[in-house]
Design a protein around this ligand. Structure first.
Ligand code: ZN
Length: 242
């Protein structure tokens, strides 16, 4: 009997919005040699311009990490006409390409809000991968509607998931429910057993606002430096065929 080939274990991360705190996040990712894709919205209407990365800050990130598109203004795409949505996606892409001097191939729908029209437009504009905000899977699924594993944020809706992952043990479930870092580590260990893609994502400003830098560092340290794990930016998931 031949043994089944070991299933691939992949770690990828992505970080949204282009807040200036992405600098601090980038330093932490670099410390643990964790690749990442930063999805930037250069004129994000939710922040004052001073709170966003400067062009020099974007270039600095691009030296070490993948830069992805996140529209120019970070408005929810379904609130716009298809033409306006296309223009916002394209403007953000071209703006960032001018700064970093290379094509963007990964995109993230602002707030995970999109329709099939936006999937089509994203592909037409030259993106080969688009990330959603759906969580709780190790299978990324369709390249232009890519799902994730865990968000660096304590979601109130995660109670039933925590109970399922704790296999009904209430104390373990409570720990997973209260601590997204516990949940992330649990997902990573499941990934090591079952194979798949562990995709951690979040926002630097949210990590900061919730005082979660230590939780994040704990997760990055835990998942880093393992010889049996492949570490990639989002765009490289496609070449792995996962
Ligand atoms: Zn966003």
């Amino acid at each position: 009997m031949t043994e089944a080939p070991p299933r691939q274990v992949v770690v990828t991360t992505s970080w949204d919005d282009g807040h200036r705190l992405d600098d601090r996040l980038a330093a932490l990712l670099a410390k643990y040699a964790i690749p990442a894709t930063f999805y930037l919205a250069p004129r994000n209407v939710e922040w004052r311009p001073a709170d966003l990365l400067s062009p020099a800050g974007v270039r600095d990130l691009a030296d070490r990490f993948e830069i992805g598109g996140h529209t120019m203004t970070h408005r929810r795409l379904p609130t716009l006409s298809d033409a306006a949505a296309r223009a916002d996606i394209q403007a953000g892409k071209e703006h960032l390409e001018d700064i970093i001097g290379e094509p963007l191939t990964s995109f993230c729908y602002p707030c995970g809000d999109y329709t099939q029209a936006h999937v089509r437009i994203t592909g037409e504009l030259g993106f080969t991968l688009a990330r959603t905000v759906r969580r709780s899977t190790l299978q990324p699924g369709s390249p232009l509607e890519m799902d994730t594993t865990v968000n660096a944020y304590a979601h109130r809706v995660d109670g039933p998931l925590a109970l399922r992952m704790a296999r009904g043990r209430p104390w373990t479930a409570a720990k997973l429910f209260l601590s997204w870092d516990e949940l992330a580590i649990k997902w990573f260990e499941t990934c090591r057993t079952e194979g798949g893609v562990f995709h951690l994502w979040g926002h630097s400003w949210e990590v900061d606002a919730r005082g979660d830098w230590q939780r994040l560092e704990r997760v990055l340290e835990h998942v880093s430096g393992r010889p049996d794990v492949t570490y990639v930016a989002n765009r490289d998931l496609l070449a792995l065929g996962v």
